[in-house]
Design a protein around this ligand. Structure first.
Ligand SMILES: [Zn+2]
Length: 367
């Protein structure tokens, strides 16, 4: 998700104050529709900034607010830690359908216009709102709406949710359990209860989080995941019961929120996009051989290689692995206390920043 997250960040900061529109064709004369539209608009407009979020108790059921610090799984729907509803230049509600039992299905398009006036789509939400009476109106979590299609299985400290077509694999969940136990031991951490949603495709995962579409969807399927550390929740596609990478984020990100290597540490442990670090390292080595024009002293510019390897997270993983090979877990723990990559290059790898491109290429080649 890194590439998309970067792109989203570039765009979102420009349009944080975007207005909400209602598409022609949506029935705004119906009194119940009016109520739902006002409720939804008020919610979206309550996302003021990255740190100023709505009071979820005003919009979500008591039970959901009890179960989750953030009951809305769509808030960080595109990646990173920037709310989806602060992204996009233009937000348009284009679909509002009353279903049965006072439930409404609402959909919104988030988009922007480029310099050539082409319209570009960032996301399309797909959410549910329940109107009980004049005073009671709240969102329903997509998992509750779709629950007849999903199974639940508790395995040790992990509560899994997965589509009914899937046969639960105890072996894979056992493997995850062992990896978690090892991680807890290595970092001296108490066990956490993890809520773990998985499906074959990312499309199903995004539907469960309240979207028909988010930017980057529509390419060939590959394993991918996303985590929510506030609620110890992970969402994974294409890798079944043991997507360890996202669980590592849940355990270790809160220990060092300012480290530039949180993604690398998760890649070191759990690989990325369904492949381990050594697979990505080999691909990155081959790619760099062919592309001498890439300047690794400008790492932020090298965020895309292809659909299967993320060069940025691979390089981060390589840095973690190099330190682990040299100094073991103690070295890794120290590495994660740095808050700048340049400090890491200078102090841990003794690299003169003037030669960063050559030195980093050498380091990658030696892996
Ligand atoms: Zn990650």
């Amino acid at each position: 998700m890194k590439k998309v997250a970067l792109l989203a960040l570039l765009i979102c900061s420009l349009f944080a104050k975007a207005q909400l529109h209602i598409n022609p064709g949506v029935d705004t004369t119906d009194i119940r529709n009016k109520k739902v539209l006002a409720f939804y608009s008020s919610y979206i407009n309550d996302f003021k900034s990255k740190t100023k979020l709505p009071d979820y108790k005003k919009y979500w059921s008591e039970q959901d607010c009890k179960n989750y610090k953030n009951p809305d799984p769509s808030v960080y729907g595109i990646g990173g830690d920037y709310p989806t509803y602060l992204m996009a230049e233009s937000k348009t509600i284009y679909y509002l359908k009353p279903l049965k039992d006072g439930v409404f299905n609402i959909k919104m398009l988030g988009s922007w216009t480029d310099s050539l006036k082409n319209n570009a789509v960032m996301y399309m939400t797909n959410q549910f709102i329940k109107v009980v009476d004049d005073h009671q109106i709240y969102f329903i979590q997509p998992i509750d709406f779709y629950k007849k299609d999903w199974n639940k299985q508790v395995f040790g400290q992990v509560t899994y949710y997965f589509p009914k077509y899937h046969q639960f694999n105890r072996k894979k969940s056992q493997l995850l359990r062992q990896q978690i136990k090892d991680l807890e031991k290595q970092w001296s951490l108490p066990p956490k209860s993890i809520t773990y949603f998985f499906a074959d495709t990312y499309d199903e995962i995004q539907q469960l989080r309240g979207f028909d579409f988010t930017i980057g969807m529509g390419n060939a399927d590959k394993p991918m995941g996303i985590s929510n550390q506030a609620d110890n929740t992970v969402f994974c596609a294409g890798n079944g019961e043991n997507y360890f990478h996202e669980v590592v984020h849940v355990y270790l990100n809160p220990l060092h929120p300012n480290s530039p290597l949180n993604e690398g540490l998760a890649v070191f442990y759990g690989g990325s996009l369904g492949r381990d670090l050594s697979w990505h390292t080999k691909r990155l080595q081959d790619y760099l051989q062919l592309h001498s024009e890439i300047d690794l002293s400008k790492l932020q510019d090298f965020y895309y290689m292809d659909n299967y390897t993320n060069p940025n997270s691979t390089i981060q993983g390589i840095l973690c692995n190099a330190i682990y090979k040299r100094d073991g877990f103690q070295g890794l723990k120290k590495l994660m206390t740095y808050t700048s990559l340049n400090d890491i290059f200078e102090k841990e790898f003794k690299i003169d920043l003037k030669n960063l491109n050559q030195e980093l290429r050498k380091l990658i080649e030696l892996q």
